[in-house]
Structures are given as structure tokens and as C-alpha cells.
Write a protein that binds this ligand. Structure first.
Ligand SMILES: NC(=O)c1ccc[n+]([C@@H]2O[C@H](COP(=O)([O-])OP(=O)(O)OC[C@H]3O[C@@H](n4cnc5c(N)ncnc54)[C@H](O)[C@@H]3O)[C@@H](O)[C@H]2O)c1
Length: 384
């Protein structure tokens, strides 16, 4: 990925400069943000190529409690400083931006340590283990004039922009319903995906929750059923384990404006393409209104186009097939671009925390049989 690809992706010019204290430089001399990456497992293989190619990033240190992983990625991506513990990393080579790619359960503590040490933070999902804890982290960031962001970045894609604009124009008429799905047979490498604080919702449904709330507005109410379909699994790091967090979820969201949406997601889904999104040709997000239908081709994290049919043009027509440089792996690199240039991401921490509340509300709804009223919200619409 080169600089042109980065600037083609949907970033908006922002007034973030004063609030972050980051200097804006001329576009042809970007400031490289000194970056430390913690967590050198599977997803680091997707992040590090994007980070090391970005003109806005200088990866200066890597950390993993399985130290050999940090060393291996250090050699592969030419990063001199590697550490076996966050405390050593924070006390070592100076940097400004922490990218957290660790297990879901430890994000909250690591993100807090990063902010307390004066680092801007990009976190893989989720930012924290609860809405309240996530809001405290955001408060801490604001108090210290730092930025905090969380994956995913599905709202940055050109296909998201096309769908948002189509809905805003009223092309589908009154939108009544939306349905989204994402699943595969589950990660095979690490136990944390199946343990308390993990689960298929923060790993997979999180993408659909982000897209649907980004397109239809913040959810007001959540009703859900979640369960465990496969009670035991064999995984690379721990062998045979008991599954103690949901691996199957059906979640309804009422967006308070007439639209009710549904997300179906889990770790027990036959998928001939495995973890790859490139060959997915189904409509994984569908919108139905009284004047039209819209279907996202492929997954929202790797979208391939948008099909649209209306009363006027009832035959499905494909739009927005150009990714324009968008790839799901570039969240940390885009955040660094924001720190360097003062541009803003459409992906906000408030939105990520709203999605986190949807996840915890879905679990509560399933456990109690009640519809849950949500407390959090975020600035919407995202695309004008
Ligand atoms: N693997 C993917 O394709 C993928 C894609 C998108 C998002 N994610 C997300 O990325 C995160 C990591 O997933 P993964 O698949 O890379 O898992 P992984 O198990 O492969 O890697 C996690 C790494 O974090 C390290 N780690 C754990 N606790 C640590 C700590 N306290 N300090 C330092 N290092 C620590 C582990 O040793 C491990 O190497 C998760 O939030 C996951 O949902 C993964």
C-alpha cells in the first residue's frame, strides 16, 4: 500500500489538531508517528505489513508475553526493539502510539496502561470489557489530551459510504428491516476466543453491529438469544478446552426510527472460504424498504460491491465495486495518519463503545429474557 492508497480512503479533514496537540505538516512531508505494537499473534501478520508500509508510521517496538513471537516479527518486519512485557515496553524505546493486538480479555488493562503512560491507543475489539470501563478509558484519554480508537473500521469503506448515501437519499423508501450475518467455524489457534470475555459476538458479530448502527443509527433496544453450540474445542495454545462464552448469537436491534435489524453470527458456520472474505459472493447485509432493496456483496470488512433494486429499476444493479484502497487491516495505520495530519476517521470510540454495549446487552437479554434499553449513543449520521 502506498501513500496515494491511504489518502484515497475515506478520511475527513478534522479539527482534531488542537485537541490532540499533534502538529499538522504539509501533505508531502508526513510526520511518522512512533508506534509500538503489543500482541504479535495471528492478526499482527495482517497489521504489520500495513503499518510498515504506511508513510505515517514508524514501528519502533514490539511486545508479546510469548516473547519469541515479538522477536520473530521483529526480524521479519525489521523492528529493532522487542519486549516480553508491557512495562518493559513502556519504559524502553520511546513512542507515541500504542497498537493493542492482544487477547480480547486483556485489552482494557493494556489500553489503560498505554493511556496512563501518555500514549495514543488503537485497540483491536473490544476496547474494554464493559461499557462503563470503556467510557472511563475514553475519559482518561480526553483528560490527558490523547486519542483512543477501536476496531473495526467497516464504516471507512467506499461501500459503506455508498450504502449510507443511498439510505440518506431515501432510495429505499421507508426502511423497515435489515439483516446481516457473519460466521465461520471458529479460530483454531487460541483459547481466549471461547473463554469468558471472548465469544463470537466481540470477535465476529461486532462487524455487523458496527455497520448496521453506522447505517441505521444507534440502537435503542436489544433483544437476543445466544448460546453455546459446541461446548468443547481443541485449540493450538491450550489443547482441549471448555467453551464458556457464546459461540452462537441471534440479535435484534430496534433503531428507534422504524427500522429493526437482525444480526446472525457465530463460530459454527460452514464457510467454504474459511477465514477469507475475497470469495464471498452472497449479500451479507440486506436492507429492505417499501421502495427498494440493497444488498452488500461480500462481508462488511472486505466488501466487494453493493446491489440495488428499486421500484424504478427493479433489476438488481451492482455499484461501488472499487475498494479505493480500503482494507480492514489498515485501522491502526489510518489512525496514525490522523495523528500525523489532523484528518479524522469516521470510526469513533463512542461508536465502538456503543457496539460493546450491544454485545453486553445481548448477553443480558438472552440470560433474562428481557428487551434491554441501551444507554450509550454516538454522533450519527456518519456520512453527510
Ligand atoms: N486473527 C485474525 O485474523 C483477527 C482479525 C481481526 C481481528 N482480530 C482480533 O485481534 C486480537 C488478537 O487476535 P489474534 O487472532 O491475533 O490472537 P492471537 O492469540 O494469535 O494473538 C494474541 C497475542 O497477544 C499476546 N498477548 C496476550 N496477552 C498479552 C499481554 N498481556 N501482553 C503482551 N502480549 C499479550 C499473546 O501471547 C498472543 O501472541 C483479538 O481481539 C481478535 O479479535 C483477529
Amino acid at each position: 500500500m502506498n501513500r496515494r492508497d491511504f489518502t484515497k480512503t475515506t478520511l475527513v479533514a478534522g479539527a482534531a489538531v488542537a485537541s490532540t496537540g499533534v502538529r499538522v505538516l504539509a501533505a508531502d512531508s508526513p510526520r511518522r508517528i512512533r508506534t509500538g505494537v503489543i500482541g504479535c499473534g495471528s492478526v499482527s501478520n495482517s497489521y504489520l505489513p500495513a503499518l510498515t508500509k504506511s508513510p505515517y508510521v514508524e514501528v519502533v517496538s514490539l511486545c508479546d508475553i510469548r516473547y519469541e513471537r515479538a522477536q520473530k516479527q521483529g526480524t521479519k518486519f525489521n523492528v529493532a526493539k522487542t519486549y516480553p512485557h508491557i512495562d518493559a515496553m513502556l519504559a524502553g524505546e520511546p513512542f507515541d502510539f500504542l497498537i493493542d493486538l492482544t487477547d480480547m480479555q486483556v485489552h482494557e488493562g493494556i489500553n489503560r496502561k498505554g493511556l496512563e503512560a501518555g500514549k495514543h491507543v488503537w485497540s483491536e475489539k473490544p476496547i474494554a470489557n464493559s461499557l462503563a470501563a470503556g467510557q472511563k478509558l475514553l475519559e482518561l484519554a480526553r483528560k490527558k489530551n490523547l486519542r483512543l480508537w477501536g476496531a473495526p473500521i467497516t464504516v471507512q469503506s467506499p461501500q459503506f459510504a455508498f450504502m449510507a448515501q443511498t439510505l440518506a437519499k431515501g432510495t429505499l423508501g421507508r426502511v423497515a428491516a435489515a439483516h446481516a450475518f457473519y460466521g465461520h467455524e471458529g479460530p483454531t489457534w487460541s483459547a481466549f476466543f471461547y473463554e469468558k470475555g471472548g465469544g463470537s459476538m466481540p470477535d465476529l458479530a461486532v462487524y455487523n453491529f458496527t455497520s448496521l448502527t453506522g447505517l441505521l443509527g444507534p440502537a435503542k433496544y436489544v433483544s437476543a438469544m445466544v448460546n453455546i453450540v459446541t461446548p468443547e474445542r481443541t485449540v493450538g495454545d491450550k489443547g482441549r478446552i471448555k467453551v464458556t462464552e457464546e459461540d452462537n448469537a441471534m440479535v435484534l436491534m430496534d433503531h428507534g426510527n422504524g427500522a429493526i435489524s437482525h444480526v446472525q453470527s457465530g463460530f459454527n458456520y460452514f464457510n467454504p472460504h474459511g477465514h477469507s472474505g475475497r470469495d464471498e459472493s452472497r449479500h451479507t447485509i440486506q436492507f429492505t424498504g417499501n421502495a427498494g432493496y440493497m444488498g452488500l456483496v461480500g462481508y462488511d470488512w472486505e466488501p466487494l460491491g453493493v446491489d440495488l433494486a428499486t421500484h424504478k429499476n427493479p433489476k438488481l444493479e451492482r455499484h461501488a465495486t472499487d475498494a479505493k484502497g480500503y482494507v480492514w487491516q489498515q485501522g491502526g495505520a489510518l489512525a496514525a495518519e490522523c495523528l500525523s495530519t489532523g484528518k479524522e476517521l469516521l470510526a469513533t470510540p463512542e461508536h465502538a463503545l456503543h457496539v460493546l454495549e450491544i454485545i453486553t446487552a445481548a448477553r443480558e437479554s438472552s440470560a433474562t429474557g428481557r428487551r434491554i434499553t441501551l444507554k450509550s449513543t454516538f454522533k450519527w449520521p456518519l456520512v453527510g
